[in-house]
Design a protein around this ligand. Structure first.
Ligand code: ADP
Length: 437
């Protein structure tokens, strides 16, 4: 059996890690926000501003918006304190800063002296807002909000810091949009339900509830599957911008990022295409597939993720494996979900953070196992982790493994999990091999 280490991943890692810390943090936050169900988004925004505020060495980070009854601080983080809750803003400073933002441009000040108005300077003294970055927030197409990162001492803010605050503001705005849309939908549903209650019999209600929960599951699974390509698209756009935004643009590298971008878009399109197919009740695709290239493709998509998290991926995949009949995108999704879970599992651990992907042929089946050096799975959870919406992660959706099981069983295979003999967990799946003629 040939053992293929992903040496390229390791050697390039060192070079990139230096510049990638903030970008990686933002990427992780973006992925977490996309994955977070709307009812937990408030907490996720609290966590996001705290992490970025901390990474930028700020003392305070907040999200505030103009509401009918004044400016309301929706999210507040203060260094060394638990996140504060929403509340009206007592200071006069933030409303006037908000006024300044109407032009839609980020405001950066390095010391109180740069404040355009004396009144601001005085206020900043009592408020201890010596320096900061304030980015306008546009939610639901309307301006009138801001994300602020503030320090108590005068200090310069690097271009990276300003860019990070702006990226964070974009993500927070998208999350606030989602929350707003969801409450509009809920209000509409509630109104409709109370009208129906008078005229419909109980059974009709139950049927409706069933449909709604099925749609909810479908939406959750769609959000989950689109998360990966969207995250990859975001990374590649950033990379392309970085390569081009130089005195001497690195055209070759930018082209590479654009090529990957095309692949990511194709992948997102395939996910949606499959959904359309499902509605048309077509069969899913079944073609003979070689798992080697399939695994390679998934690893390319997860490259940044592995590097950013300092995870070593070890492949133990022989070349002469039998083919399997299947839907390439669906099976890629399975491998990807299992790898991302393994990355999540090793993240909290000291090194080695190692994830091993092993493939082998046995008795007419192709077996794949993913082993990690994470904390393993509590015995009581082993039966439940494949259930929809079971999650132990603060920002988890609990759909990944349930989607994996659905896909593998639809392919005539099996999937299970156990703890490793020495450490970590092992996810194993087997698929019927295509008989060779
Ligand atoms: P999510 O990742 O959103 O939580 P999943 O269905 O993919 O949803 O996983 C469900 C749960 O299974 C996780 O929250 C975690 O508790 C557990 N789990 C999955 N993979 C691993 C792993 N490699 N090591 C330890 N626990 C895991």
């Amino acid at each position: 059996m040939e053992r293929v280490g992903v040496g390229a991943i390791r050697s390039q890692a060192v070079k990139r890690r230096e510049t990638a810390t903030l970008a990686t943090l933002l990427l992780r936050i973006s992925a977490a926000l996309i994955r977070t169900p709307h009812h937990r988004l408030g907490g996720a925004i609290d966590g996001a501003i705290a992490e970025v505020g901390d990474a930028l060495g700020a003392d305070r980070a907040l999200v505030a918006r103009r509401e009918p009854d004044g400016i309301v601080q929706h999210h507040l983080w203060e260094h060394g304190r638990r996140n504060g809750s929403a509340g009206p803003v007592s200071s006069d400073l933030l409303p006037s800063i908000l006024g300044r933002l109407e032009g839609g441009r980020t405001l950066v000040w390095e010391s109180r002296d740069e404040f355009p108005l004396t009144a601001w300077r005085l206020e900043s003294l009592t408020e201890q807002l010596e320096s900061g970055i304030v980015v306008p927030l546009q939610v639901g197409g309307t301006r009138g909000g801001m994300l602020a990162v503030i320090a108590r001492a005068p200090r310069p803010w690097s271009a990276d810091a300003v860019e990070a605050a702006e990226r964070l503001a974009e993500m927070v705005a998208a999350a606030l949009d989602r929350i707003a849309n969801q409450s509009a939908v809920t209000r509409e549903q509630e109104g409709r339900r109370s009208a129906e209650a008078e005229s419909r019999v109980l059974r009709e209600h139950l049927a409706h509830a069933g449909r709604v929960s099925m749609l909810g599951e479908l939406a959750a699974s769609l959000a989950h599957e689109l998360n990966q390509p969207l995250t990859a698209i975001y990374t590649n756009v950033q990379a392309a911008e970085r390569f081009l935004d130089r005195k001497r643009p690195a055209l070759g590298e930018a082209l590479g990022a654009l090529h990957d971008l095309g692949q990511d878009c194709r992948r997102a399109g395939e996910v949606l295409g499959r959904l359309r197919q499902m509605f048309r009740r077509h069969e899913t695709e079944r073609v003979p597939l070689a798992v080697g290239p399939l695994i390679e493709h998934v690893l390319r998509l997860l490259y940044e993720d592995a590097v950013g998290r300092g995870v070593d991926v070890v492949l133990d995949v022989p070349r002469d494996l039998p083919l399997v009949n299947g839907d390439r995108v669906q099976l890629e999704q399975v491998v990807m979900n299992l790898l991302v879970n393994a990355f999540d599992a090793v993240m909290g651990m000291d090194r080695p953070r190692e994830v091993t992907l092993r493939a082998a042929a046995t008795d007419g089946f192709l077996g794949l196992s993913i082993l990690d050096t994470g904390p393993g799975i509590p015995p009581n959870d082993l039966d439940r982790i494949f259930e929809p919406f079971f999650t132990r992660k603060p920002n988890g959706m609990g759909m990944g493994l349930s989607i994996c099981r659905t896909i593998i069983e639809a392919h005539g295979g099996r999937i299970g999990a156990r703890n490793g003999r020495e450490r970590g967990s092992v996810f194993e799946l087997s698929l019927p091999a295509v008989k060779s003629q």
